[in-house]
Design a protein around this ligand. Structure first.
Ligand code: UN1
Length: 491
């Protein structure tokens, strides 16, 4: 199968060379996808710009109707989409179903926004004058999405964009174009007018750069690594673009001495090894109170024995492959660094290459303990199934260690003490805080994003996503029949 760009409601014959997309579970070629260039972006923007004029005039509740239909089609096709997702990206099928569900939820949630899109009416300081502010569409927006959540993250961005009256160009990750292809088919079947949704496949340096530099692309919403995000921000800044960034994380679970340890173990395992640790919300540090440290280590080790590793299509598998060989090497490189730094390896630490594994990209779930809070494995994002256990003596110290990293996406605390809960939720410097749950599992109707090196103040999903894709427009209607000067004629 060959995947072409979807522009102006049609599959394009043009575009650059094709490149192969591999299944990380077994190395098989799944399809080929275009590596497009600047001309393709130009064509997509032209189509989106033309469509946007009409689209902005469609009443928001009517725009929302398309989202209801998109949600319905996604629901009807949930199993198929989940299977494609697992093949293409590796996450286990149960999690793939969860991700598709996240997209369906987002469709219905944002469709509801079509009947809200609340603005504000406020009193004017002058008599016989009416004041209000409304959310206006911005125009053509550019969406750059990662491979680890190829559907959900795309819906977090594209659905608020279109309900608010924008049209978009979407550049999916080159590793996961099939989900974008499936979504394009759904957009088409839902009857979305041509040019509202455009997909251009290709690399960040070619397609991404062309999108950011294009004068008619007014917003760039990016999710990916901090390194690439910094580049997007710099280039976007030069072109005065509104740039929304969601980047890395180095999320921690704090386990206090009064925690329910069984629950903590479950929460840690799910959030550290789910998606093979390749979530920006993944738990990669466990900050544990010294009094329960050895008990927690033992229980984690015991529980990790039950983690079956393999092809995510097998329902019994708990940990799938990582996305590609490059990711395997990066993870392995960090494990070597951890050993050099003097951390104690309790479990895992190897690339799996025996029978059934050698053609795929499998890394053993790995547990380090006695990790120094300021060592590289405790500070840098690994994006793989590796946990670092760090010992602390108090809640204050736990919070300090949690906040010591450059990132600020998600954090969690296991405790039974309500005072500690409220202290922690106030002082943990992350955009998301969980109490008695792991660091993953954000719900789509709450804002998603983080502080410090994780983001630049914007949020995906939740009603906050509308702030990225709308411009506030303040409107004054003077019905006094005379010139009333604000600030002057108010005496
Ligand atoms: C991501 O890892 O980039 O909260 C997104 C979660 C998911 C989304 C993760 N709902 O883990």
């Amino acid at each position: 199968m060959k995947l072409d760009n979807y522009i102006n409601g049609a599959w394009q014959e043009s575009g650059g060379e094709y490149t192969a997309v591999l299944n990380p579970a077994n190395g098989e070629t799944l399809c080929e996808v275009r590596l497009s260039g600047r001309e393709d972006v130009d064509r997509a923007v032209e189509s989106a710009k033309k469509a946007q004029k009409q689209w902005a005039l469609v009443p928001a509740p009517k725009r929302a109707d398309y989202l209801y239909e998109i949600g319905r089609l996604m629901k009807e096709r949930k199993e198929h989409l989940s299977q494609v997702l697992t093949k293409e990206m590796g996450k286990v099928i149960e999690e793939a179903r969860g991700e598709v569900q996240e997209g369906i939820d987002m469709a219905y949630y944002m469709a509801g926004e079509g009947r809200r899109l609340f603005g504000e009416t406020v009193p004017s300081e002058l008599q016989d004058k009416f004041a209000m502010s409304v959310r206006a569409p911005i125009g053509v927006v550019g969406l750059i999405t990662p491979w680890n959540f190829p559907v959900a993250i795309a819906t977090w961005k594209s659905f608020p964009a279109i309900v608010a009256g924008n049209t978009f160009i979407w550049k999916p990750a080159t590793e996961t174009p099939m989900m974008a292809y499936e979504m394009a088919k759904i957009f088409e079947e839902a009857g979305l007018p041509a040019g509202v949704a455009n997909i251009v496949f290709g690399s960040g340096s070619d397609v991404g750069t062309a999108m950011i530099e294009h004068p008619d692309v007014r917003v760039i919403s990016f999710t990916g690594s901090t390194e690439t995000g910094r580049h997007v921000a710099e280039l976007g800044g030069r072109h005065l673009k509104k740039v929304s960034l969601e980047m890395g994380g180095k999320n921690a679970v704090i386990v206090m001495d009064d925690a329910d340890l069984n629950l903590a173990v479950e929460g840690i395992l799910w959030s550290a090894f789910g998606t093979a640790g390749q979530r920006c919300t993944a738990c990669s540090r466990v900050i544990v109170h010294k009094d329960v440290k050895s008990e927690l280590e033992q229980r984690l080790l015991e529980a990790m024995k039950g983690l079956t590793i393999g092809d995510g299509l097998d329902e019994s598998v708990k940990v799938g492959p990582v996305v590609n060989k490059k990711a395997l090497e990066k993870i392995d490189g960090y494990v070597k660094i951890g050993k050099e730094e003097g951390a104690r390896l309790l479990a895992g630490g190897n690339i799996l290459d025996g029978a059934g594994y050698s053609d795929g990209c499998y890394y053993e779930p790995t547990l380090f303990t006695d990790v120094k809070w300021d060592s590289r494995i405790a500070q840098e994002e690994i994006f793989g199934p590796v946990i670092s256990l760090i010992e602390v003596g108090s809640l204050d110290e736990a919070i300090e260690v949690n906040n010591s990293v450059v990132y600020g996406l998600s954090s969690s605390i296991f405790t039974q003490d309500v005072n500690k809960v409220f202290r922690a939720q106030r002082d943990l410097d992350t955009g998301i805080v969980y109490v008695n749950a792991g660091t993953t599992g954000a719900e789509i109707h709450l804002p998603f994003g983080g502080t410090k090196g994780t983001g630049n103040g914007h949020r995906d999903s939740g009603v906050a996503a509308l702030d990225v894709f709308t411009e506030w427009k303040s409107i004054y209607v003077d019905y006094s029949g005379k010139l009333q000067r604000a600030q002057i004629d108010t005496e």
